[in-house]
Design a protein around this ligand. Structure first.
Ligand SMILES: Nc1nc2c(c(=O)[nH]1)N[C@H]1C(S)=C(S)[C@@H](COP(=O)(O)OP(=O)(O)OC[C@H]3O[C@@H](n4cnc5c(=O)[nH]c(N)nc54)[C@H](O)[C@@H]3O)O[C@H]1N2
Ligand SMILES: Nc1nc2c(c(=O)[nH]1)N[C@H]1C(S)=C(S)[C@@H](COP(=O)(O)OP(=O)(O)OC[C@H]3O[C@@H](n4cnc5c(=O)[nH]c(N)nc54)[C@H](O)[C@@H]3O)O[C@H]1N2
Ligand code: SF4
Ligand SMILES: [Mo]
Length: 732
């Protein structure tokens, strides 16, 4: 929707923010084609006038003088602008050479977090990888984030795409493990104004319990239960032990939907709260109380997020969260944990087909380094550097990075920097010359989210309130920026001789253009909208939604129904039998190692992460609005630990792990478990000619402390180990 003010050059356009998962409604003010401001959209049905500081500050990113808006080529002393044609033809030539000499296994692509917010970007990469051929390496930020959650779903429900979310608007007991939504605004859970929604729970007489090693911004507003990092699996096992031992497990409900309850019962039996206490730091009475409350409250849900995913047991922990929900009678009930279906026709058949295909890929496709299985077709990003530097068949020789900054976001950035410098071709797609782009032969300038149309496809099934919104681009691409799908599409065209798939895509593209219907990904978004919940089914459902109708009639978005649909669990299960499968030898093997973990003596502390309200991973440290005041990188340390080490508030501390060391100033607090130190990620900027303000802010790359050794990568989903890392601290 566009409204004009008296002065004809100014327009106000309804759109939505795509920095993080609530997708808050925004109104963009555009003056003579330029984005001049963003303000929260008060007419958005869910975010209703809320937007955070990052969302508002995005104007500064769109117009950032440090932004790159022409293709850049690396030279011995920096970057020089080149024409699109020159860049694309050299990239196509060099990629062809790599393919001819080494085959498709020599090509790799890493897609970072913002990629997930653009359906067209994801689709284009999928097409590219398919066309390059079998053996291509695909990495995403998900192996530092969500792959273990997807893997747990693959084990339990037969498909990684069935992920339960808490029914936030109806629950009476929300147990949050390893999530800090007051700062993160929610993840794997699209819920604008999530803090208000959590306060609603308390207002209606319910509770929110936050299980976290740090008394976070979220924990401070609700009930805090401190836990030793990386021990959530033990806590969950003891919750299950109590439920079975006390006869409060909902056995009838379990047996109605799941196979393997006897196996499960035997697995959890040894983990009494007395056994787990010495590991988790949580006393048995608290565990018993929580188990009883979860089993007795009809509307209760356990929700886990990053803190439960990036330890050494991400898959096991995610699996156990769902199992606790199941055993407590809280899966697929109003106010419990609910798998949100797409509501497509024959949804169950679609899931069965897709689940079988993804499980087959998982079984057959193994990473060259470490032999990790491929979750949703992707490999562990922690091993990306070794895939470039280890000689042999399928060694990566051409590497693409889009919407990512793995030099700061994956373990051992130093190793990755030199690996990137060693391959034959490196290409980045970004609007900043970040620390990773600095090592690319070419950096291709992309549009920001406000320069493209969008539909947040990936997040539709995580909405706490079913909702649809689409947006048009609110401004034209800045400078020579192009959308990722256009760039990849052009490369596919230039590579048509190299693959039958590319040739087919190129020919189809030509035919469509001649018919006056050039291909755009929007057609795909339209199909999804029309055939899923609320859709018009191509005219069969009167008043239903299409892309066109959403854009025209619902510029602020449309709520599809006030609540999540429950009672449709079977639809979400991709196993032919239509039942949850609890028995997995892989899970038993993980459980068997839990009590054997030891902390190396020289590293008595444990490091955890910490997100900040004015950061988004590594890429929002260049916006003046977000950097005002005395903003820099600092860690958080327990005051008593610091006193023992004679470390004062604000002093510089050397933090070392078995893998590396950094120096960072620390703030002292009582609001963190003893023995724990929190350090934010995404700092340590040093982009070549890139980020003026961010580079000046400095800081340290915390992922120098994390490990890229295959032995330290989580075995079932290839997750990087980012929390509970053993460290020691010393005054410098
Ligand atoms: N130690 C530690 N490490 C972590 C984490 C942690 O908690 N602790 N968190 C992890 C998590 S959850 C994640 S998701 C990863 C994130 O890791 P990455 O995704 O690798 O890194 P980001 O910092 O998000 O970098 C995003 C880049 O995308 C660019 N960008 C923004 N929008 C667009 C766009 O529309 N198109 C394109 N092409 N580029 C765009 C930005 O300019 C920026 O350079 O980090 C992980 N790393
Ligand atoms: N402002 C801001 N918002 C963001 C981002 C950002 O960088 N800045 N990043 C976005 C991204 S990419 C993501 S994935 C989401 C993440 O969203 P969340 O998961 O909600 O955010 P985090 O702050 O990473 O929360 C993880 C919590 O787990 C705790 N924790 C660490 N280790 C453990 C453990 O072993 N057990 C338990 N129980 N807790 C533990 C940490 O103290 C922290 O409070 O946030 C998104 N939103
Ligand atoms: S909370 Fe996330 S989606 Fe909402 S305005 Fe802030 S950055 Fe954008
Ligand atoms: Mo993430």
């Amino acid at each position: 929707m566009v409204t004009r003010t008296e002065h004809t050059g100014i327009e106000h356009r309804a759109t939505f923010c795509r920095i993080c998962e609530p997708l808050c409604g925004m109104v963009a003010t555009v003056e003579d084609g330029k984005l001049v401001s963003l303000r929260p959209d008060k007419d958005h049905p869910l975010s209703a006038g809320f937007a955070c500081q990052k969302g508002i500050a995005f104007t500064e990113i769109v117009n950032d003088p440090d932004r790159i808006t022409t293709p850049m080529r690396r030279t011995p002393d920096g970057f020089e602008p080149v024409s699109w044609d020159e860049a694309m033809s050299d990239i196509a030539d060099r990629l062809s050479r790599v393919l001819r000499s080494h085959g498709p296994g020599a090509v790799g692509w890493y897609m970072g977090n913002p990629g997930a917010f653009s359906y067209a970007h994801v689709m284009a990469i999928m097409a590219f990888i398919k066309g390059i051929g079998p053996g291509t390496h695909f990495f995403t930020a998900s192996s530092q984030d969500t792959n273990c959650r997807l893997m747990a779903s693959q084990l339990l429900y037969g498909t990684p795409t069935s992920v339960p979310i808490p029914d936030l608007t109806r629950t009476d007991l929300l147990v949050m493990m390893g999530a800090n939504p007051v700062v993160s605004h929610g993840s794997f859970l699209t819920a604008p104004r999530i803090k208000d929604r959590m306060h609603d729970i308390v207002k209606r007489g319910g509770r929110v319990v936050v299980i976290d090693p740090r008394k976070t911004e979220t924990a401070a507003q609700f009930e805090w239960c401190g836990i030793v990092p990386d021990t959530d699996a033990l806590l969950l096992l003891s919750l299950l032990q109590v439920m079975f031992a006390e006869g409060i497990a909902h056995t009838r409900e379990i047996d109605a939907v799941a196979d393997g309850s006897a196996w499960l019962r035997a697995q959890v039996a040894p983990f009494t709260p007395e056994v787990t206490q010495s590991h988790t730091g949580i006393d048995p009475d608290t565990v018993r109380g929580l188990a009883r409350d979860l089993a007795a409250t009809p509307r209760a849900a356990v929700y886990g997020r990053l803190g439960t995913c990036v330890g050494r047991y991400g898959t096991l922990t995610s699996y156990l969260i769902d199992v606790v929900d199941l055993v407590a009678g809280n899966l697929d009930v109003p106010g419990g944990s609910v798998i949100v279906g797409q509501g497509m026709p024959a949804q169950r058949l679609v899931n069965i087909g897709m689940g079988a295909a993804l499980r087959r890929t998982y079984r057959r496709q193994r990473s060259r380094i470490g032999g990790f299985r491929a979750i949703i077709g992707s490999e562990p990003a922690a091993l990306m550097a070794k895939e470039m530097t280890t000689p042999g068949h399928r060694q990566i020789k051409a590497m693409f990075v889009s919407a990512g900054n793995p030099v700061l976001s994956v373990p051992n950035g130093d190793e990755l920097e030199s690996a990137l410098d060693s391959v034959d071709l490196t290409v980045g797609l970004d609007f900043y010359l970040n620390e990773t782009m600095a090592h690319c032969d070419y950096v291709l300038p992309v549009t920001t989210m406000y320069e493209r149309d969008d539909f947040a496809l990936v997040f539709q099934q995580f909405q706490a309130t079913p909702f649809r919104q689409v947006t048009e681009a609110v401004i034209a691409p800045v400078g020579q920026a192009r959308q990722e799908w256009e760039i990849i599409g052009e490369l596919i065209g230039r590579m048509a001789d190299h693959s039958r798939v590319f040739a087919g895509m190129t020919a189809a593209g030509k035919v469509l253009r001649r018919l006056g219907k050039p291909f755009t990904p929007r057609a795909f978004a339209d199909i999804v909208i029309r055939t899923s919940t609320g859709g018009d089914w191509f005219g069969l459902r009167r008043g239903g939604l299409s892309h066109w109708r959403l854009a025209r009639e619902h510029p602020h978005g449309a709520v599809l129904s006030p609540h999540l649909r429950t009672g449709a669990l079977k639809e979400a299960i991709a196993y032919l039998r239509g039942r949850i499968q609890l028995t997995h030898e892989d899970i038993a093997a993980e459980i068997a190692t839990l009590l054997k973990q030891e902390q190396p003596d020289a590293y008595p502390l444990r490091m955890i992460g910490m997100r900040e309200p004015r950061s988004e991973n590594s890429w929002m440290h260049n916006a003046p609005l977000l950097m005002r005041g005395d903003r820099g990188h600092h860690g958080l340390m327990n005051a008593d630990d610091a006193a023992d080490l004679q470390i004062g508030d604000g002093s510089e501390v050397r933090v070392s792990s078995p893998y590396g060391s950094i120096t960072v100033p620390v703030t002292l607090t009582k609001d963190i478990m003893p023995g724990v130190i929190a350090v934010p990620h995404g700092w340590g900027h040093k982009g070549t000619g890139g980020w003026t303000l961010a580079n000046k802010a400095g800081g340290a790359n915390v992922n120098r402390l994390t490990s890229s050794d295959p032995d330290d990568v989580e075995s079932l989903a290839g997750m990087a180990w980012l929390t509970g890392v053993p460290v020691r601290a010393e005054k410098v």
